[in-house]
Design a protein around this ligand. Structure first.
Ligand SMILES: NCc1[nH]cc(CCC(=O)O)c1CC(=O)O
Length: 315
């Protein structure tokens, strides 16, 4: 985008993945920008970009490269000027952005919880001995095995419809989905689910948050985004992403992390690291003033690091 406001002639190009959830998030961003600036829909163009993570569907995510898998091609398109902003699930974002890009605009956060999804059972504790659960998330697998070592876990990828079909086919008797995804897709009523309390399953860092990335030197876009930024979500991201950074979040160790306001002007951050096989879980909780959010994240990471035995991050 050149100049001040986008227009039909010079639309703001919004980059996104093509999944139904990604498209819903891009449309939500567009709607908020339209409302904030009294602009027509034609002043925006949603540009779908295929990422490695979307292309490679037949291998576990960990094998093909982990974090960054769903973002690299989108960031390249922003750096070469073919899009102006990119809308991301913050959960899938690495803690550091490439030179020339910044990520400091967040929409109001959705429900942070995971959902237990099953056609037959109401929750983890109700599952019969040895039951098969599908998930491709290292964190959910480890948390599940920690709680129920008897359960079997199989890889489960694809969109919500694909996963429901797999449940129907008996590939697994249960799976997990983020409540935020179900909500944003408008599928809460179509999918048999029970939200899992965060005390029972700590969500992924940044789960339920949408972030909008832009070029660092694009002052017009920075000004355009500033009225849709949610500062509360920003503080929570500061705590959670500092926690992830302190644990070197690109590593393969399953991690959970959640910052919440305590209602008294402070933030409470809970963090968890789990061995991939579920044999050990370490948790840490820290509270402090909102201004210390990032320092709290770093401190929580350090506390867990110091308690973990030498082989914890290698197993
Ligand atoms: N890794 C995939 C992914 N990235 C973000 C969401 C859901 C929405 C969110 O947490 O913001 C999902 C799917 C899921 O975990 O069910």
């Amino acid at each position: 985008m050149q100049g001040l406001h986008p227009s039909e002639k010079h639309p703001l190009r919004i980059g996104t993945r093509g999944s139904p959830l990604a498209l819903a998030q891009a449309r939500e961003t567009r709607a908020r920008l339209m409302a904030a600036h009294d602009l027509p829909e034609a002043a925006f163009e949603i540009v779908v970009i295929k990422t490695t993570g979307d292309r490679v569907l037949d291998r576990p995510l960990g094998e093909i490269g982990g974090k960054g898998l769903f973002t690299r091609e989108i960031e390249d398109a922003m750096l070469d000027g073919s899009i102006d902003i990119a809308v991301h699930s913050m959960k899938d974002m690495p803690v550091d952005q490439p030179d020339g890009l910044v990520l400091d605009c967040y929409l109001p956060r959705e429900d942070v919880r995971d959902a237990f999804v099953s056609l037959a059972w109401g929750g983890i504790d109700a599952l019969p001995q040895g039951a098969v659960v599908g998930t491709s998330s290292l964190r959910r697998r480890a948390q599940l095995k920690h709680r129920r070592p008897d359960l079997q876990v199989v890889e489960f990828r694809g969109n919500v419809q694909t996963r429901l079909r797999k449940l129907g086919d008996g590939v697994a008797v249960a799976t997990f989905l983020a409540m935020a995804g179900l909500t944003r897709l408008g599928m809460l009523r179509d999918v048999p689910h029970n939200p899992i309390a965060t005390d029972d399953m700590l969500p992924a860092v940044a789960q339920g948050a949408i972030g909008i990335e832009r070029r660092a030197d694009d002052a017009a876009v920075a000004a355009l985004l500033s009225p849709i930024h949610d500062t509360d979500t920003g503080h929570r991201m500061a705590a959670e992403r500092a926690f992830l950074r302190g644990l070197d979040g690109s590593c393969q160790t399953p991690i959970g992390g959640l910052a919440e306001f305590d209602g008294k002007g402070g933030i409470r951050l809970r963090g968890e690291i789990i061995r991939p096989d579920g044999s050990e879980s370490l948790t840490h909780e820290i509270s402090g003033p909102i201004a210390d959010a990032a320092a709290m994240g770093a401190a929580a990471a350090e506390a867990l690091r110091s308690r973990a035995s030498a082989d914890f991050f290698a197993s």
